[in-house]
Design a protein around this ligand. Structure first.
Ligand code: GUN
Length: 281
């Protein structure tokens, strides 16, 4: 019997506890505030940003959208961030990625004050995470760790295989699993004979960005399969990196798309924003 790990349900429970913390903060005179900067009009980014704002409002977090045109100069964007860094009513700053090509993403992320870096993308946050120090954890891998926690599976000694090595998901994902004493293998688009490695995974994390890429040939029976992908298939249907119908009969636990990792990413953004506001007290 396959267990479906519902990010929708688990996210709802976590959001309830975050909402309770927002009430406590407001009693103490602090409304948590998140600023989201969107440069240009990438339709996917617009949808993500709208969802983030709606989720903030639903639990009483103030959200402010800073919408800038596609041809914004890098210096103008950095100036906006510096202004937000100084504001007492803003506890989290998120610059929606990707940015237009003429803007250097590294410069932008490094300008966000580490104490407001609720995405956990800045060099300071990443460095602290690597060292196991307290910091904001990047929301998607953080959300995956919460999903794994809810399965009740002890990660110590388990073989976790991460497929994908992005800065946002793959790399930090492996680190967080390592911190829980999993044995971690990173794989990626240049890995030779990928199925021979993924087949060894007790926990398989798919973060490749290719629709239905992981099939049952990649999966050991009884594995926990976490699907980070959000893709459109040839019929424009929202699908993950895992071929759900093919893999779910042999997995012990699996996340669906939609309703798996996606809701957790936003939940952990809310978590980090409230944590930042609590730090400001
Ligand atoms: N673009 C895709 N995912 C993310 C994310 O988690 N944070 C930001 N800032 N941009 C993204």
């Amino acid at each position: 019997m396959t267990n479906i790990i519902s990010g929708t349900e688990i996210g709802k429970q976590i959001r309830q506890s975050i909402a309770d913390r927002v009430v406590k903060l407001k009693d103490q005179g602090v409304t948590p505030g998140l600023a989201v900067i969107l440069v240009g009009d990438n339709p996917a980014s617009q949808t993500y940003v709208r969802n983030k704002q709606k989720s903030c409002e639903a639990i009483g977090i103030y959200s402010e959208l800073v919408k800038l045109p596609e041809d914004t100069k890098e210096s103008e964007l950095l100036e906006q961030i510096q202004q937000l860094n100084k504001r007492q009513d803003i506890h989290g700053i998120l610059v929606q990625l990707p940015l237009p090509k003429h803007i250097n993403e590294d410069n932008v992320i490094a300008t966000i004050a580490p104490e407001k870096d609720v995405d956990g993308f800045s060099p300071v946050s990443v460095g602290k995470m690597m060292l196991g120090q307290e910091t904001f954890l990047p929301c998607t891998p953080f959300g995956v760790m919460k999903l794994l926690e809810y399965t009740g599976v002890d990660l110590a000694g388990k073989h976790a295989v991460v497929v994908g090595r992005s800065h946002i998901v793959g790399k930090p994902m492996g680190q967080l699993l390592l911190q829980k004493d999993a044995t971690v293998t990173y794989t990626h688009s240049k890995t030779n004979d990928l199925p021979s490695i993924t087949k060894q995974a007790d926990i398989l994390i798919a973060a490749v960005g290719r629709a239905n890429f992981i099939t049952k040939e990649h999966v050991k029976p009884g594995a926990i399969v976490i699907d980070v992908g959000i893709n459109r298939d040839e019929n424009n249907k929202l699908v993950g990196d895992v071929d759900f119908d093919d893999v779910s009969p042999i997995a012990s636990h699996i996340t669906p798309v939609p309703g798996g990792v996606g809701p957790m990413t936003i939940t952990m953004l809310l978590f980090n924003t409230v944590q930042s506001a609590e730090h400001s007290l």
